[in-house]
Design a protein around this ligand. Sequence first.
Ligand code: GLY
Length: 373
Amino acid sequence: MAAIDTPYFNQVMERLQHKADGMIPRIGDKCPEAAGADGVYSNREDDYWTSGFWPGLLWIMYAQTGKEHYKEAAWNWDARIGEYLNKPTHNIHHDVGFQFLSTAVIKHKLTGDPEGLRIGLQAANFLAGRFNPAGNFIRAWGYHFTGWAIIDCMMNLSLLFWASETAEDPRFKHIAVRHADTALQHFIRLDGSVNHIVSFDPESGAFIESLGGQGYSPTSAWSRGASWALYGFANAYRYTGDAKYLDASKRVAHFFLASLPENGVPPWDFRAPDAESAPRDTSAAAIAASGLLELAKLVPADESGTYSGWAARIVRSLTEQYATWGQPEHEAILLEGTGHLPAGQNIGVSLIYGDYFYAEAVAKLCGWTENVY
Ligand code: GLY
């Protein structure tokens, strides 16, 4: 693989800065999730799972540029979302990592703010409280069956690993490791493909069945699920040094890369019957690119270029074929994400998590080494 073309990605970062500067007044106080053809982001509740991504993107821009207006726009989001942790009812669940790693925790890492630390640890305690010791899994969502676990949660484990180190309390790490072991056993197939949901008996912890969830079927390969797994297991390896997690991340990466179409942007499910013509998911591409850059840092030097080269190729494709540079009024960065196809939700739209992980991947390609996840 060729070396990373740093001048190219520095130029992309300049375009991204320009774009983010336009997004700040347009998005305003909104809690964005998805934007359709009108280019206007929807405004979700502050406790919705996607609430951390817009402020996370702003924190990345601050880290990259040192410009105060990004920090000012991001500053209050940890308190704004954290308020819900103190309410009797709310919609915060296993995705608490997505909401607070990219707000409270990164705020604390970048500025030393004690409130960021406090809210981050409160969120980690909340996530630890969702652990079921019978089946060794972190329970998904706040509805459905109490025995469901999902592959996305691998990304939330970084909140527990961070809390373990920060609070010097290994309980958090033990929970993260147990969940990761369960995910390794039940979600990651021998060929590196991944399914979305596994159902356990919450009393006995016994495996019941695999479910398709946001993917096409229990035996299909939801592309964003693969991205979460690829990135999440790389993080688990970085925190624990346990080679089985590195192997899992590589196995998923190899499946993902081998299944990609020529332009590096996957269909929403690699095994959808019409995969070649099916809606793409740019968010899966962006998450995978950032995860591949993580993997590139963790493998021996002679393996690294394969992963970083693919990440650069995917980001270049997103930049040149799927971005809104030519539409300054558009509130999002990437087009053609797929949120939840089986439910008919957010198909062929911009997704704030696609934008966040795109910005994260570009920052990494420009030399950023801080970890949000
Ligand atoms: N965490 C939900 C999703 O990836 O859509």
